[in-house]
Design a protein around this ligand. Structure first.
Ligand code: UTP
Length: 291
């Protein structure tokens, strides 16, 4: 596996308006699929892909994310006393080795691109991964590992891609493809546009929340004016870099759940529970009367 990509950025500063009212007080990334919060799936994906250091770009009201990766002495003492060693080990494994995780605040929710820009000092001059925890991918090989395996710095920026129905293009960043080259999963792009109308979309190849970014992205982002929704869009910076650095999307093997939306979250709960041997048959019985 490529050792070029050692660091991952997890932007978690968004307001989560599609999941109100719960996101008034609970960060979207702390919503659980089964008993684990979305943020833990993202961290596990990064670590299993060989990522060594993780930066969380968070915000006011998201302190529970930082607490989640800290020790919980009261709970641990109770588990120790009651001899629940397995659970104790499981919750201790969430805590990182010293210095492996860092947190920076995005002071204003100026958009996803602006959240990535907040990682500039921490990343320095190396390519890095970006994982959006609310895009949960169920796959044999973790999505970001598939990308790290295929990535080479000469590719410039690499977003993960999935094919979406044409009528849904106005919900995604969409690439304008040039060719798929020798490798049918790697698709070179000559452009990328945020949320195009289905009538004028350049393709149905949508970007999902996994990227490997060239460090020049920070210069491009710092020159970016607000785009769609009045936010600093990563899509616009990716597009601006194409002439000098290129853009190669990768079609990911796996199923993606948009857990930033209620319907995507419900689908993820069902799919993940049916994959869990201890739960599958019980869940089938439970949902059967409602079908
Ligand atoms: P979304 O587009 O899903 O926005 O952000 P959101 O605010 O989280 O949710 P909705 O659309 O209002 O329901 C995509 C990713 O970018 C992060 C989010 O946390 C999410 O991981 N983000 C977005 C930031 O970190 N900062 C921002 O200013 C905006």
């Amino acid at each position: 596996m490529s050792k070029q990509v050692r660091k991952a950025v997890l932007p978690v500063a968004g307001l989560g308006t599609r999941f109100l009212p719960v996101t008034k007080t609970i960060p979207k990334e702390m919503l659980p699929v089964l008993s684990k919060p979305l943020i833990q799936y993202a961290v596990e994906e990064a670590l299993s892909a060989g990522i060594e250091e993780i930066l969380f770009v968070h915000a006011r009201g998201k302190e529970s994310i930082e607490d989640y990766f800290d020790y919980a002495p009261d709970v641990e003492i109770r588990l120790q006393e009651s001899g629940k060693k397995d659970v104790l080990e499981e919750i201790r494994a969430i805590v990182p080795e010293a210095g492996k995780y860092a947190f920076v605040r995005q002071l204003n929710p100026k958009g996803f691109g602006h959240a990535v820009l907040c990682a500039r000092a921490w990343i320095g001059c190396e390519p890095f991964a970006v994982i959006l925890p609310d895009d949960l991918v169920m796959s044999d090989t973790p999505a970001i590992a598939q990308m790290i395996e295929a990535y080479d710095i000469s590719m410039g920026n690499m977003p993960a891609l999935l094919n979406v129905p044409k009528e849904e293009t106005n919900r995604y960043g969409i690439i304008n493809p040039v060719s798929s080259g020798d490798h049918h999963k790697l698709i070179k792009a000559k452009g990328i546009v945020e949320k195009p109308h289905p009538d004028s979309t350049p393709s149905s190849l949508a970007v999902l929340g996994r990227y490997i970014l060239h460090p020049e992205i920070f210069t491009a982002l710092s020159n970016q004016q607000p785009g769609v929704g009045g936010e600093i869009q990563l899509t616009d910076a990716l597009d601006a870099m194409i002439p000098a650095y290129g853009l190669t999307g990768m079609v990911i093997e796996g199923h993606r759940f948009d857990c930033g939306s209620v319907e995507g979250m419900v689908a993820a709960q069902v799919a993940f529970s049916l994959k869990e041997p201890k739960l599958a048959s019980k869940v089938k019985l439970l949902i059967n009367p409602w079908l």
